[in-house]
Design a protein around this ligand. Sequence first.
Ligand SMILES: C[S@@+](CC[C@H](N)C(=O)[O-])C[C@H]1O[C@@H](n2cnc3c(N)ncnc32)[C@H](O)[C@@H]1O
Length: 661
Amino acid sequence: MATNERVRNALSATSALGIPDEEVIPLLKQLLKVYQKNWELVEAEDYRALIDAYFELKEEKGDKNARKGILEHDVRKGILEHDASENPSMKVHSGVQKDQVLPTMDHSRKILAAKEGKRLTIWGGQGTMDSSQPSIQEEKTESGLLLPHAQFMGRWKEVIPSRTTKIDRNLASKVSSCSSYSGKKIEEREPSHILRKNVYGKHLSEQFIQSKSEQTINDQRQFYNPISVVDEVLTDFLETPSSGKDIVKSASWKLSLCSKDGASGCNVDTNHMELNRKHMSKHRSSGSSNLGNAHSQSANNDEKRCYSYISDITKGAENVKISLINEIVNVDLPKFSYIPHNIIYQGAYVHISLARIADDDCCSGCSGDCLSSSIPCACARETGGEFAYTQHGLLKEEFLSACISMNLNPEKHPAVFCQDCPLARSKDDCTPEPCKGHLVKKFIKECWRKCGCDMRCGNRVVQRGITCKLQVFWTCQGKGWGLRTLEKLPKGTFVCEYVGEILTNTELYERNMQCTGNERHTYPVTLDADWGSEKILRDEEALCLDATFTGNVARFINHRCSDGNLIDIPVEVETPDRHYYHLAFFTKREVSALEELTWDYGIDFDDHEHPIKAFTCCCGSQGCRDVKPIEKRIRKQTQRKDDAEYKRLKIATKRAGAAIL
Ligand SMILES: C[S@@+](CC[C@H](N)C(=O)[O-])C[C@H]1O[C@@H](n2cnc3c(N)ncnc32)[C@H](O)[C@@H]1O
């Protein structure tokens, strides 16, 4: 059938329910994208997916009556009765009578699944279940594709056959005490309240995420084991437009897991980031690789498994979902509270007020996009009369190079020495050591509230938040968790801010003294980019950011000596006070998809007096500064030899009258 005709048919099916065409068309486009242009899936069950998508979106927007339409539709189709007997989990909430049955995407899956008696596969599982184990995930359509909107369990593998994973029979039978898998029979989960705020997100994983308050331990148990294609699913999901964006806005959600033996459920509470996975650990395979490798290896490795997976560690706090995956070892999830913006811990002085922004520190006369104006506005003054960003939202080459050079060769840039260094003072107030010097860094200044431009102005990049597709993953080089990009990032891309608690240096110092061993995983950053040039700072103005307990995704970025792919740049947004600013990470070069994101913490590995004991660096960089004394000596000797050679050449060149060197 021609596409036009298919579109017409879809519209007439939805308009029969009183759904306006203009609302259906964007949804139809999205569905086709999600379904990889497979019209069959859209048309299945009389456009069930499309209709569901529409009403779910309505519901999300607060139209409680929206469901009425679909219920009527279902009654007409006689589907409700079918569902009610087949799947108790479809009992509904949100605006529908309690024991009415809500037709959902799951419904369409089930109907389609019933068409074939194919083997059941479970996401990243370790074996195969035959069709005698009924019910969950038989999603094959006539076209042989699995419905891509399906939840994580048992989908996608047949879309990407090379990555098909099997469920371990043995394992499956041992999940018997899980509510989801009783005996040999695998029953549909019974989440009392399934999150359905987002049509697209739900397709992928939301059925695992349930309102904490509405769940009991028993009904949480699920076997969950995403295979390596998970990143593709994510990538797809993340490509959905903001209308289909998340979802998990509520305070606490739980991701349910099922232990192998089912003796105790494994709960990932994304609030507290806790995971008890002791049962799964017994069955893990030794040869797992990380997701990056999995891409290349998956074709001949169908034993991939995953020890932990969270679809969105931000709990809806960011513009994009940020997943967490561990395919390597069985370890606890990091414990911290996710925040998308800095927050004052206690004593920090951060004064944000419009009155403090002078007229020549903003561009109240501008409108629209400041970057499109031929004369840069006042907000570009900080960056020498030129905006730091290009029209494409990237850092300009010259600005970036200058920042990189300053980081690489700090000795070439004059350090400023405070009269009364807050760092030294925080360590010893009575007899502080002399200031060790601070680099005065280059700042970006973004337009803000007092400016006349709009939020889409090109000089508002950091304040718009994360837009890249990022993933927290377990590294295999002894660095613990790390952050990677799931897409290629051009040079100069804003990745994320370092977000954490704003502490005074004294508070940080005290915190460090109290912390023991394992508690301290992250590295706080001192906001000293302008310390030297300001007046003597009071303690409450000498600030730092600590993401150890409360922070954003940047807390997962590992250190790499000198050649990390990210650089941290101070950004002034809402206050001209230079003792508080945002610290934003930009790419120093093009970064490939699945590459780990790293930055140089600036650690002096020889500073044994630092309150935070430096880790043993595993960055793998040629220029790693954490070298053993013997290696250091060899390096020095080589350096000395190089120096001697340089001097010899210089003299020879001079003698020859050339000015090459
Ligand atoms: C900001 S956190 C980064 C996230 C951390 N890897 C985690 O698992 O939560 C800093 C900590 O990561 C580890 N780390 C970061 N970079 C490292 C490196 N190059 N080598 C070894 N460990 C590293 C250290 O334990 C350090 O204290």
